[in-house]
Design a protein around this ligand. Sequence first.
Ligand code: BTN
Length: 278
Amino acid sequence: MTETPFTVCIMAPESARLKERVDELLAGCDVAVPEIEVLESVDSTNRYLLETAPDAGATPRACLARCQTAGRGRRGRTWQARPGASLALSLAWPIREGRVPPAYPVGVGIGVIQALEELGLEGVRLKWPNDVMVDGAKLGGILMEQRMAGADRPGWLVAGIGINREAADTLGLERAVTDLASHLPGKVPEWLELAARVVERQCRLHPVLLQEGITSLQDDLERLDLLKGRTIEVLDDGSKGRALGIDSASGCLVAAFEDGQVRHLHSGEVSIRGYEHG
Ligand code: BTN
């Protein structure tokens, strides 16, 4: 294992409880179950898993933190949350050979929404590529990061998942944000239960996503796609068009632009007319 310059405080009873619950949810299911570490505080669960990834072995890992001091967001942003008020969870998967299907990150977002729906949340949508939205406000986000394989060591794919549980309105963010407490009053899943359900869903989906991307998730993709049919603006270049949907083979957002061209967007950020971006 690589040395990490940060000291972390492992919450042993919580780690054991989460592991036990994940094992229970996945009992009888032929999928890899991760090792689990619950930390009191860490700078970033993504950074932690990437930098402590073992050079040998193939067991996936999950890290949940009660508090992140330097949570990472997409496009170099920071991910902010009050201690104990959000889910800060990362899953690390060893990647031995082949490439990760480009639609994998979209699939992670679909999996997070499936878990939230199982917990009773309605009206949750995926804003391409993988923002989790309710009523036009951001409930959660996903940051995919990768450590490439070396000649004699596996690569690691890390899916970092942040979900606001409560107090999102106290963060002072410019964009519209929301939390589970606003949509599931009195029924916000307990922290470890929420983590267990999200881990369970990702464990079930991971082999499918790795093998075939999101092609078998087409129905959910249609149902959950927030942008489809809406007028969008690509923030990088200001071009405007109408979103036609997410291409299940590539994970790209397909849009018809004002200049008459239909283009596949690979990455970047779009805003929806009438919505704040973020
Ligand atoms: C986004 O910008 O929308 C992505 C946010 C991802 C945040 C999560 S919280 C757990 C994991 N660890 C991090 O440092 N970031 C991700």
